[in-house]
Design a protein around this ligand. Structure first.
Ligand SMILES: Cc1cc2nc3c(=O)[nH]c(=O)nc-3n(C[C@H](O)[C@H](O)[C@H](O)COP(=O)(O)OP(=O)(O)OC[C@H]3O[C@@H](n4cnc5c(N)ncnc54)[C@H](O)[C@@H]3O)c2cc1C
Length: 507
């Protein structure tokens, strides 16, 4: 049986290696000259940056996937548990270092707000319960209404409180605004504001405390390289610099890939990993699509985008932590500007990764890399990025000086690269520049998200951030596993028994 996969992002790689392990003849077509997609790297002038993901959570999932292929993930990459996880800087000059050591965490909280330290215990208790009851739900595929209303799903409704917002939910544990921000800003990973994000997603911050945040030596992109290596070892075929131009649909069935070099490739099953909103429009003619016609795609809600600055620096700023998050002075206003008003903020929140303090492989000796991410509106907003790019860059440099103590930064920049929302769309093929895909509002989750077994055409499957379960690395890996399992089941390759998720802290 032949499977063709469009895209070698994390979702495509996991699906590919698990299917190759099962004996399918798998070919992955990747348009770029390297694997990883948004989870790839920029390498220039001796500096190396992750393009996208820098927080690795739940590596146990990838350990399981490698183990299913008879391999040990730790033979392929070196993982480091970070402590502190990150430092949060608030507009009033105060800061908070977070850690998955409970006592250290309570002490840090009490320095900011003594009465909230005890709230950490109730937050842990509540979310421990929530996470152990809900994670299995995200390991299944959702194809019809019966999957959604399965008895095990209904039982957890009182626990996940679907109609409470994340912000209100955290109010059950903490009073201080800064502490609430520390446990809710993670909704930005989904491209959502905590004021609208469903309360269920308190598990996002909790995952950090339960299992920790990891760095991979050489960057998180090394995970993509490791998966590609394993895929090839298992007999998979990887075609780099091979762009798919069209997924041929005949009688509502996906049957063939047309490459840009005019070659046609027939497959029994086709797996799509390219960004959903982009790929629907680009790879399948509008006339063939109904549920996901161009018009309907436009009506969907998409995550925010990001403005990225990758700087190679000829010194090391050791007053910064590995991960540093600067919260806007007026956080609520900044979120409104991103989500509702669609304008560029003069006072944005931003994140700096200063990975060279833990990882000397990323820059020449004595040098470092700074990765700066600024959440911005996506391309549905009326912002001219060609016009605004340099001015916004200068604003961010000014903020690095004022808020992050990098007064001399301009003298030390030896390499610089910018990615704007327009570059996400045009260079990295991300629909609407919404780099965290469709939002995770209730009406775009589970059965309401594009299905793993694609509902429009037979023999076609979706993996990656635009499908179920969602857009972070652990859920993307899970999408690859769900699809591999379902395809294997279809052809009676019977190994994929549903297993309980491994809840142990990783090595
Ligand atoms: C700035 C940023 C920061 C992030 N930070 C984190 C984080 O810290 N932690 C976390 O867990 N997640 C994070 N994410 C989210 C998520 O983990 C990544 O975006 C992830 O890489 C998405 O994986 P994917 O499988 O959906 O596909 P992608 O990474 O988008 O890969 C899709 C692949 O398809 C290829 N492709 C597209 N079209 C074609 C075509 N026509 N023919 C052939 N190939 C094609 C692309 O070149 C690409 O390689 C972040 C994302 C971004 C953008």
């Amino acid at each position: 049986m032949k499977v063709g996969i469009v895209g070698a992002g994390p979702g495509g790689l996991v699906a590919g290696l698990l299917l190759a392990k099962e004996g399918f003849q798998v070919t992955i077509y990747e348009q770029k000259d390297r694997v990883g997609g948004r989870n790839s790297s920029i390498q220039a002038e001796g500096y190396k940056f992750d393009i996208g993901p820098t927080f690795l959570m739940m590596p146990s999932l990838l350990e399981e996937i490698f183990a299913e292929c008879g391999r040990d993930l730790h033979d392929y990459v070196d993982l480091e548990l970070l402590n502190p996880h990150y430092k949060l800087f608030f507009g009033d000059g105060s800061s908070l270092c977070t850690s998955n050591n409970i006592e250290e965490m309570k002490e840090s909280i009490s320095k900011l707000s003594p009465s909230d330290a005890e709230g950490f215990d109730s937050y842990v208790k509540d979310n421990n319960n929530k996470i152990s009851r809900t994670l299995p739900i995200f390991k299944r595929s959702y194809n019809n209404i019966f999957d959604l209303f399965a008895p095990e799903n209904l039982k957890i409704l009182p626990i996940i409180r679907p109609f409470t917002t994340l912000w209100d939910d955290l109010g059950n544990h903490f009073d201080d605004e800064r502490i609430k921000i520390a446990f809710t800003f993670q909704s930005k990973y989904l491209g959502m504001s905590p004021y609208t994000c469903p309360s269920f997603f308190s598990i996002l911050s909790f995952i950090e405390y339960k299992w920790g945040i990891y760095h991979v030596t050489g960057g998180i992109n090394e995970l993509s390289e490791a998966m590609a290596k394993l895929f090839l070892e298992l007999g998979g075929k990887l075609e780099l610099k091979s762009e798919v131009e069209e997924i041929k649909i005949n009688d509502k069935k996906a049957s063939e890939l047309k490459l840009t070099n005019d070659k046609y490739k027939k497959f029994d099953e086709i797996v799509l990993n390219a960004d959903f909103a982009y790929a629907m429009r680009k790879l399948i003619p509008n006339a063939k699509r109904r549920k996901y016609s161009d018009k309907n795609l436009d009506k969907k809600k998409y995550s925010c985008s990001t403005f990225m600055l990758y700087l190679g620096i000829d010194k090391i700023y050791d007053h910064l932590e590995h991960h540093n998050i600067f919260i806007a002075n007026d956080y609520e206003k900044n979120l409104k500007e991103i989500e509702d008003l669609g304008i560029l903020s003069e006072d944005p929140s931003f994140y700096i990764q200063n990975a060279a303090i833990t990882d000397s492989t990323l820059a020449p000796e004595g040098h470092s890399t700074l990765y700066i991410l600024v959440p911005t509106p996506n391309l549905k907003a009326d912002i001219d990025w060609k016009e605004n790019k340099e001015e916004f860059r200068d604003l961010i440099i000014a903020l690095l000086k004022q808020r992050a103590g990098l007064e001399d930064i301009e003298e030390h920049i030896k390499y610089e690269k910018i990615i704007t929302p327009l570059n996400w769309k045009e260079g990295l093929q991300v629909g609407y520049g919404a780099c965290f895909n469709l939002t995770h509002s209730l009406d775009q989750m589970l059965i309401f998200r594009p299905h793993n077994k694609f509902e429009e055409f037979s023999n076609m499957w979706l993996v990656g951030g635009g499908t179920h379960p969602g857009s972070g690395l652990p859920t993307i890996y899970e999408s690859g596993r769900i699809v591999a399992k379902e395809i294997a089941k279809k052809y009676n390759f019977a190994h994929y028994e549903q297993e309980g998720i491994n809840l142990e802290v990783s090595k």
